[in-house]
Design a protein around this ligand. Sequence first.
Ligand SMILES: [Zn+2]
Length: 262
Amino acid sequence: MQKITIVLFLASLWLACCANDKPVGTSATQAPLLAEAASAAPDTLRPTPKGGAQKPSSGAPTKTSEKAAGAPAPAPNAGRRLAGFVEVKSLDSSIQLDIRYATVHNFTKAKIYDCPRCFLRPEAAKAIAKAQNLLRRQGLRLKLFDCYRPRPYQQRLWDKVPNPDYVTPPAKGSMHSRGAAVDLTLVDAQGKELDMGTPYDFFGPEAHTTYTQLSAQVLANRRLLRRTLESVGFQGIRTEWWHFSFRGKTFPLSDAVWNCRE
Ligand SMILES: [Zn+2]
């Protein structure tokens, strides 16, 4: 009887910590990162060390921030505009949005953002509009899954998944929380996503840009996305085909949260 109790207890622990439908990689180096921009991006903008996924360190998540115990609700920006940022749709309304963290359709299964909006630093927003123009000539468009991620929302994400293999600790911040990163894909003229080999936020080596056991069409689609984004000043990362960070300028982390009441 006691053994059964122990087994049930262990099973519940596993469910609490690990159960989701993502095929998580078997090692830290296989795990793609929401921590991407902070720890794995091959850019030179960040003062943080390079070298891929951080290994989980015992106790680190709980010590990172006192806020993690109960993150306060982010204070919404009072005005229509978010100071220091540009809403991407205001530059080109044909850019599609599917901001997953404003829904439960993300790997945490929880709604992280209060509403779906896509802001970026002005230089990065203009570059995305430029990329959209380049793609339009080929009958394609961009679809954005995530843009600027206010630090209070990064905190919510961390509270759900306090594991630096998957989420950048809020205190460290990511390029998303600097307003200089996007998660995106390509869609055709009908708005249908091109085949990129895996869904967005797929946890496994198949999402890596170095993974080549994919169809010629998938590899061509990924190449087109990467080359287009690189041509306007972004740089991809190895572990996530959908993530690109804006190069050339360093931006500070930001707590500003967009208004959902307008
Ligand atoms: Zn990203």
